[in-house]
Design a protein around this ligand. Structure first.
Ligand code: MHF
Ligand code: KIV
Ligand code: MG
Length: 292
């Protein structure tokens, strides 16, 4: 049995396709009370993005606590320059694939640009779709204290909300680009205030993106729910990265990221080997051929 808080797990989930071997007893799902528990115990939380049923079970089996189906699907998977064009109808199948293919991780659906800002009712309607049609366990959306009513309504409705402060990519046109947020006394105080209000409204965690380390540390100190940093330094309660950056799928990744693998190069080599085998006629052999 895996411990949802320590996150230790081993082995691989069987593919949903092909052989129908039953896995071991289902691990306990990582839930909202484990967030609180982790912060109390000082155990760092882990979050990665995931967008499909191929990679999500790999991350789940590796013991990642939370899988964020990020609107970063727009740039990472769909080839857009930003997250702005992403729609709810594009998010739903991705969230469904991640929820269906995982057993332990908490699955968090990012609400895309334009699907929640108009008011708490719009936000609730979108979040309900993410839970009902796609199987998400929680939702996340970008913005500060102006969204406290959104957070409060979803929380009253039984939907856990993760807040997202600092650099909020859906607002990059207003913020003037991909820039660090919360620099200077006033901006830092505003950020701390936003985090407090969102946490008081019921947010179960707060993502802090591209904020100075000292500001992230201050937010972490004053709110009683976990902070999850991305480009926010080490003095937070957990970290999140975009999986394609983490695994080294692309030649470029943001400065705050680290490549923990070279999966892009590995995939390149596999594809080259395959093509070479076909061209030199060493694949397929009789092993891969059906008899009449
Ligand atoms: N692949 C990917 N990784 C991410 O971390 C990520 C996404 N996509 N899409 C959604 C948001 C957007 N994010 C981004 C994207 C780019 C930069 C960037 O260009 N940063 C520059 C300049 C930073 C600075 O102002 O100092 C860098 O060099 O890292 C930052 C955050 C973070 N998120
Ligand atoms: C970078 C993370 C926090 C995100 O919002 C996303 O991947 O969409
Ligand atoms: Mg996002």
């Amino acid at each position: 049995m895996t411990d949802p808080v320590s996150g230790s797990a081993s082995g691989r989930v069987p593919s949903t396709e092909g052989s129908s071997a039953e896995g071991a007893a289902a691990p306990r799902r990582f839930r909202v009370h484990h967030l609180r528990q982790a912060k109390e115990r000082g155990k760092p939380l882990t979050m990665l993005t995931a967008y499909d049923a191929v990679t999500a079970p790999i991350f789940d089996e590796a013991g990642i606590d939370m899988l964020l189906v990020g609107d970063s699907i727009g740039n990472t998977m769909h080839g857009h320059p930003t997250t702005i064009p992403v729609t709810v109808d594009e998010m739903i199948p991705a969230v469904r694939a991640v929820a269906r293919s995982t057993r332990r991780a908490m699955v968090i659906a990012d609400l895309p640009f334009g699907s929640y800002e108009a008011g708490p009712d719009q936000c609730l309607a979108t979040a309900v779709r993410m839970l009902k049609e796609a199987g998400a366990h929680a939702v996340k959306f970008e913005g500060g204290a102006h969204l406290t009513e959104h957070v409060a309504l979803l929380t009253r409705s039984g939907i856990p909300v993760v807040a997202h402060l600092g650099f909020t990519p859906q607002s990059e046109n207003l913020l003037g680009g991909k820039r660090v947020q919360g620099r200077g006394q006033d901006a830092a105080e505003k950020l701390v205030g936003d985090a407090l209000e969102l946490a008081n409204a019921g947010a179960v965690a707060v993502v802090l993106e591209m904020v100075p380390g000292a500001v992230a540390a201050r937010v972490t100190e004053v709110i009683d729910v976990p902070t999850i940093g991305i480009g926010a330094g080490a003095d937070v309660d957990g970290q999140v990265l975009v999986w394609t950056d983490m695994a080294g799928m692309t030649s470029w990744s943001p400065r705050f990221s680290r490549r923990f693998g070279d999966v892009g190069a590995e995939l390149h080599n596999a594809a080259r080997s395959y093509a070479e085998a076909v061209r030199e006629k060493s694949f397929p052999t009789s092993e891969h051929t059906f008899e009449s």
